[in-house]
Design a protein around this ligand. Structure first.
Ligand code: PAF
Length: 282
């Protein structure tokens, strides 16, 4: 595996591979890699000749009171993990390399409306930071395909929308959610869950599965389901952020006759905000 810190370096390497007729797969990450990330890389490996992974803790997508400073930076162990799953090129740029003109004056990419709800409502500006950096990374790496986890369902929907709207020639691939033994979705932020909270942290997933069962059984009073779901999360000592039943593509509140639904939830542990989702096909 080759490590690159500069835009020019990764560009030259990828261009040479493309000239050799190779298909390029890309997995953008913020590092502190876990099994979920490695599954994204394995998925890219299945269809691509060259797999590029980026590690960049993007300051533009963190709010002022969020955890950018404490976000774990674990380059050495990340590199070892990536090597073990067959990553070819690791791109680990500095902030100056990605934002040479500073962040304040950086040209932004904005996907309207669907970024103002759910996670976007609790984290203003977050998705603007994500779409801006992902579009920059797409322009830098110029992959044929890019793999994103379904765990960040809204992020995936927003990136798909951006790619479609801006005619970016990258195929966006969705990878299934990797879960711990009890169902907790794997996340770099799980390391912030306190020891006493961890045994109950699967409540978000349990609750989403309960909502899915109810909808599958024919329940259509979505407000009642959402209220009860929030109560279930509170009863385990966590603070619900949102739990919403939405149309799987538009993320608008689901209508009673929708057949493709996603139930999305977010809750606060003492030192971490956790998100998860389940899809329902009727
Ligand atoms: O999902 C993430 O890790 C980040 O939001 C991403 C897509 C790498 C952009 O910084």
């Amino acid at each position: 595996m080759k490590l690159f810190h500069t835009v020019q370096g990764i560009r030259d390497a990828v261009s040479a591979s493309r000239r050799d007729g190779k298909r390029i797969g890309f997995v953008p990450t913020m590092g502190n890699l876990h099994e979920g990330h490695l599954q994204l890389v394995r998925l890219a490996r299945e269809t691509c000749d060259v797999v590029v992974v980026s590690i960049f803790v993007n300051p533009l997508q963190f709010g002022l009171n969020e955890d950018w400073e404490t976000y774990p930076r674990t380059l050495q162990s990340d590199a070892e993990k990536l090597e073990s799953v067959g990553c070819d090129y690791l791109f680990h740029p500095t902030e100056g390399e990605i934002y040479p003109n500073g962040m304040a004056d950086q040209t932004r990419v904005v996907v309207p409306t669907m970024t103002d709800i759910l996670c976007g409502a609790s984290r203003p500006g977050h998705f603007e930071g994500v779409t801006t950096v992902v579009s920059k990374l797409f322009h830098i790496v110029q992959p044929d395909e890019a793999v994103f986890g379904i765990k960040d369902y809204q992020q995936l929907a927003v990136i798909r929308r951006m790619t479609e709207d801006l005619c970016i020639p990258v195929e966006v691939i969705a990878a299934p959610i990797a879960r711990d033994h009890d169902g907790l979705a794997l996340s770099s932020r799980n390391s912030f869950i306190s020891e006493d909270e961890r045994p109950k942290a699967d409540v978000l997933y349990r609750t989403l599965c309960w909502v899915k069962e109810q909808i599958t059984a024919g329940e259509r009073d979505f407000m009642r389901l959402q209220d009860e779901a929030n109560q279930r999360i509170e009863a385990e000592g966590f603070r619900p952020d949102y739990l919403e039943i939405c149309h799987a593509k538009t993320l608008e509140p689901a209508a009673c006759d929708d057949t493709e639904i996603v139930v999305l939830g977010a809750m606060y542990a003492r030192n971490a905000r956790l998100i998860d989702n389940v899809t329902v096909s009727l």
